[in-house]
Design a protein around this ligand. Structure first.
Ligand SMILES: C[S@@+](CC[C@H](N)C(=O)[O-])C[C@H]1O[C@@H](n2cnc3c(N)ncnc32)[C@H](O)[C@@H]1O
Length: 250
């Protein structure tokens, strides 16, 4: 609790006003990730290995952008920093501990940008969202990694729509997921998509209590690799159920 309060206070002080309302959920993610270190390890290793493999054959390595860089747990940031001239990390919030870690490691070619990558405002206004259009302005872009952000865009926007009493958020959430997928597909450079696509909550006997589509009906591209991520192992949601997510790497 004390560490969370310190993390919160230190992060708020370095986060622009527009993004401060998101600090709490980043701190919660940080706490959960610390509690679930063992359960998440193989998912994080798989993600990092996939990115390392993707960049190993690249001839030009000028600028890399990581979307949803968050806690840098599933991103091989040291390898990216070594391989590329510039690495740009984009997220709503960059925690104080993440900033301190980057400084301590001396990764001087890493830049941090706070940005809402959802396209929510355009979609809500009935316009076609283009949440990744800003990438056109990034000079010498050779790699874009979408690092386990896609499902979280939907989760965040679903909460917002429910708070506003929106009766049927499904179509907007599907539009947002599709806009992210289309935006990645349209990049003229190499892209990596790491995302969970489905969840299942099971009890101790393995019976599925609840399951669902994390992309709200948007069609995910064919996976090159696929695995399961115990996002909430037994004891995290409650004693007798666990949530397992299916992850694809493209
Ligand atoms: C599951 S975490 C990704 C973990 C991260 N790749 C890592 O290595 O620790 C999802 C991330 O997406 C970010 N995120 C969620 N919605 C976002 C949005 N609309 N715009 C930008 N970032 C968002 C969250 O802040 C969080 O850091």
């Amino acid at each position: 609790m004390i560490l969370e309060a310190l993390q919160y206070a230190a992060t708020v002080s370095v986060t622009g006003t527009e993004f401060r309302s998101h600090v709490r959920s980043s701190v919660s993610l940080w706490s959960r990730a610390n509690r679930c270190t063992k359960a998440w390890a193989s998912h994080e290793d798989n993600c990092k290995a996939f990115v390392r493999e993707a960049i190993s054959g690249m001839k030009q390595k000028r600028t890399a952008v990581v979307l949803g860089s968050g806690l840098l747990r599933d991103v091989p940031i040291a390898d990216l920093s070594r391989a590329f001239d510039t690495v740009v990390l984009v997220d709503l919030v960059h925690l104080a501990t993440v900033r301190a870690w980057l400084a301590a490691k001396g990764l001087r070619n890493v830049r941090l940008i706070s940005r809402d990558l959802s396209g929510f405002e355009e979609a809500r206004a009935g316009r076609t969202p283009e949440p990744l259009a800003f990438l056109r302005q990034v000079p010498y872009l050779d790699l874009v990694v979408s690092a386990n952000i896609l499902s979280q865009i939907g989760v965040g926007c679903q909460r917002q729509l429910e708070r506003e009493g929106h009766a049927a958020p499904g179509p907007i959430l599907k539009t947002l997921a599709q806009a992210h997928l289309d935006g990645l597909r349209q990049q003229p450079c190499k892209t990596v998509l790491l995302t969970d696509i489905r969840y299942a909550v099971t009890d101790r006997s393995g019976t599925v209590i609840d399951d669902g589509d994390l992309l709200f009906g948007a069609k995910s591209p064919a996976a090159k690799k696929q695995w399961f991520w115990p996002v909430a192992p037994f004891g995290e949601l409650n004693r007798d159920s666990q949530a397992i997510h299916e992850v694809i790497a493209v």
